[in-house]
Design a protein. Sequence first.
Length: 272
Amino acid sequence: MWLIDGRRARAVPVGDRGLQYGDGLFETLAVVDRRVRLMPLHLARLTEGCRRLGMPAPPPDLLAGELERLARGQARAVLKLLVTRGEGQRGYAPPQPAQPRRLLGRFAWPPWPRSHYTRGVAVRVCETPLGLNPALAGIKHLNRLEQVLARAEWRDGRWQEGLMLDGERRVVCGTMSNVFVVREGRLETPSVSRCGVAGVMRALVQREATRMGLASREVDLDLDALAAADELFLTNAIIGIWPIRRLGELSLRRGPVTRALQAALALQGVSP
Ligand SMILES: Cc1ncc(COP(=O)(O)O)c(C=O)c1O
């Protein structure tokens, strides 16, 4: 089911700049027990993304109302919200003023086995590199061709996620997730100032780590650093935390820090 600018619909005009240029932003949100999880974090990132792209942001109250409308009666669901710069003429020049368009869709919760959360998942290293562009880093813009190419690298069910590196072989993220490393009792995650998405679940994990007295840093990490890790895990708004049990040829176990963070998040309604 889709709402476009608040009305039930399934089509957007061909001149929409989201379609023409990927000129817009999106959020993928979890609904649990009829409530949209982490809505303030999602709306804050979306608003910041609009500011960075220089387009008017839809009023957060309007977005919240529409999200709540689609969450009604849902035990578990996934919502996808896109905000595009709306209609434009041919050519890149942004329309002045722009009239953003809202597209909001509801989907079934993915049928992942519980073992992804308890035992962990297998992750391959993707060949598709991420380009470096601080102007687009951190925000969840609609240009996702790098992730599309990376996800097309494997089709078998042996791998649940792919790890992506930038052109200088620094680890950045998964195709649909952020990555964390536990080393010597410290929590580390790649910076997202050159590329990558500043995930809402990443922010929540960093907050919980601080609350638990666990040192947490944003650093440059290469594959050797991951190979030397005590624990590795992935995060996103839907999965919460998935431990990594296999990275390429490397085997790992869900460790105590991952468990403690999963438990802390479960208290906030983030559980499988
Ligand atoms: C490329 C990428 N990085 C990171 C994330 C995690 O972001 P969030 O925690 O906001 O779901 C996603 C989620 O879809 C993603 O697509």
